[in-house]
Design a protein around this ligand. Structure first.
Ligand SMILES: [Zn+2]
Ligand SMILES: [Zn+2]
Length: 357
């Protein structure tokens, strides 16, 4: 089968940006197209013939080594959706021909205190799809039936479902963690794949909420307005009202400081990101305790997702008929997609179209 494989950590070359590291090679094509054997399912695994796979910013972190991939070479991709084309002998939840997808959670131990309490996202043995095990930048992948999701019938088009599997599910978890309630003000810092879905969730779940979108990218601000933002602004802007909840998805530190300045007393800032880049870390020295932290402001991070998050979110998505804005690429063009993602040129979600059904 065809797959796009990550073999070594590198820095992705982006026009107009200077090289930041000299310990790794600089590449415009970090992944290699290869013909590899199709995976064989274990007893509880399903084989997914991958129709489409969403592209996530986490893949930039993997390629550039901010998350050290425990496995190299690895097939990236944790937002695959497709058709079940093979079954392990003990599979009971799926049958051939079902529509199935996977999320970032590939497996967890199932036994530790976190797993037992439904917080398998915090399990020490958490394994990420397309990170610890091969993911969906390929024609076929395997995953245990307990970690795969059935795609609800009312979500019709697999291409538009792919970005829901991470941006959507993790966006949903981050929204849950803010403690958001109807009528409150929410701020969204950065307006990429996750937040253009989160704003649609807020519209649906909290119709009386006010939504403030903060992005350095004018195209993202424009998309935010189209999707119902009450106010849009740039990173250093003071919001016209204090924000009860904020979710930050930007890869850097400066927005955290400005977000805390806009946060209401007792409010919570949720950082939805696996790793921040170090380039502007010094900005944190501008943190002023009374202005940014005192009066019971909270900061929380989002780590991974649980199986329940996936189930809950897909049910919500089916009810609200969420519609991501999609930029489509062929599997072979995954490198182009990663370069464009890093350069921040396009809005919405990027999706690889892999096999036809
Ligand atoms: Zn992701
Ligand atoms: Zn565990």
């Amino acid at each position: 089968m065809k797959a796009m494989v990550l073999k070594e950590i590198c820095e992705i070359k982006v026009e107009g940006r200077t090289q930041q590291r000299n310990d790794v090679p600089l590449k415009t094509e970090p992944l290699e197209l290869e013909d590899v054997p199709a995976p064989e399912p274990g007893p509880k695994d399903i084989v997914i013939k991958v129709s489409a796979c969403g592209i996530c910013r986490t893949e930039l972190d993997q390629v550039e080594g901010r998350i050290s991939p425990p496995k190299l070479p690895v097939i990236l991709g944790h937002q695959p959706v497709g058709i079940v084309s093979g079954l392990g002998k003990n599979v009971i939840k799926f049958k051939i021909g079902d529509r199935a997808g996977a999320t970032w959670i590939y497996s967890s131990c199932g036994k530790c205190k976190f797993c037992r309490s439904g917080e398998e996202n915090l399990c020490e043995q958490f394994k990420g799809t397309g990170c610890h095990e091969n993911g969906g930048y390929a024609e076929y992948m395997i995953i245990s039936e307990d970690h795969a999701h059935k795609i609800p019938d009312s979500l019709d088009d697999l291409i538009h479902i792919a970005p829901l599997m991470c941006s959507g599910v993790v966006g949903y978890r981050s929204l849950k963690l803010t403690g958001m309630e109807d009528g409150k003000n929410i701020g969204l810092y950065g307006f990429g794949s996750a937040h253009h879905l989160v704003i649609q969730m807020v519209n649906f779940l909290f119709p009386n909420a006010k939504k403030f979108v903060i992005s350095r990218n004018p195209a993202e601000r424009q998309l935010a307005k189209k999707l119902g933002a009450d106010w849009v602004g740039d990173i250093e802007d003071k919001t016209p009202e204090k924000l009860d909840c904020i979710i930050d998805t930007t890869p850097v530190w400066k927005p955290v400081v400005f977000a805390l300045g806009n946060l209401e007393k007792g409010g919570r800032l949720v950082i939805n990101l696996i790793r921040k880049e170090d380039a502007d870390k010094d900005y944190l020295l501008k943190l002023d305790y009374p202005k940014h932290l005192w009066l019971e402001k909270e900061i929380k991070t989002v780590a991974n997702i649980t199986i329940k998050d996936g189930e809950e979110f897909l049910a919500v998505a089916a009810r609200m008929k969420i519609k991501p804005e999609v930029q489509l690429y062929e599997l072979e063009d995954a490198n182009k997609a990663l370069v464009e993602l890093k350069s921040g040129k396009l809005t919405g979600s990027r999706v690889l179209k892999i096999t036809s059904t």
